[in-house]
Design a protein around this ligand. Sequence first.
Ligand SMILES: Cc1cc2nc3c(=O)[nH]c(=O)nc-3n(C[C@H](O)[C@H](O)[C@H](O)COP(=O)(O)O)c2cc1C
Length: 220
Amino acid sequence: MSVSQALQSRSSCRGFKKDPVEESLLRDIFTTAQRAPSNCNVQPWQVIVVSGGKKDQLKNKLLQDVMQKQKPYPDFNWEVAYEGEHRERQFGSANALYSAMGIAREDKMKRNMAMLRNWQFFDAPHVAIFTMEKYLNIMGAVDMGIYSQTLALLLQEHGISNCMQGALGQFPGPIHEMFDLPESRGVLFGMSFGYADDNADANNAKTTREELESSVLFAS
Ligand SMILES: Cc1cc2nc3c(=O)[nH]c(=O)nc-3n(C[C@H](O)[C@H](O)[C@H](O)COP(=O)(O)O)c2cc1C
């Protein structure tokens, strides 16, 4: 599969089969992802790949934390109130997901239930938690974005679907506790991954993209 094919065929996956990915394949993919570029080659990514019983344990702790605390307390500044066209696109992506799932816009209860699926990792057999030293700030976050998409494309090449999840950076307490993260390190976001369940309604959500000209200026 070419990189172009990987990009054309990908979309965020929010429904997975239970089958885990073979560990040797996972190790190969994560080894290749180490080739991702980063500013001054600092390679800030510290990734925790959680599977099996540990993943179920983390899921339960996260769900409990989300229910109890209600209000997010991220390690990094995730607070952005989207404006104008960004806000429209934000609504567009939510709309694509909720319509695919048959959830009406005003059905707050069902939307909340769908949101909670984030901390259940959408039933994926694996979740990658992306952490980095807090002091790295925006520069580190840029590297982390590049790393995580490198990883996502490698997974896609092997028929493994995924969903990036800012939601997994919103309630970092259980991750700190379970994996004994040093105070200096923060949870930025996460990514559930595994083999897609083609029967999951959520996986019918398709988002659109702007025309090239509205995003890219070719100057010469
Ligand atoms: C940094 C980042 C954070 C995201 N966080 C979430 C999330 O918490 N939950 C979720 O369901 N999707 C999340 N997404 C997926 C986006 O909603 C999705 O990429 C976007 O709507 C475009 O759709 P597509 O990935 O299917 O092309 C995230 C994507 C990125 C890149």
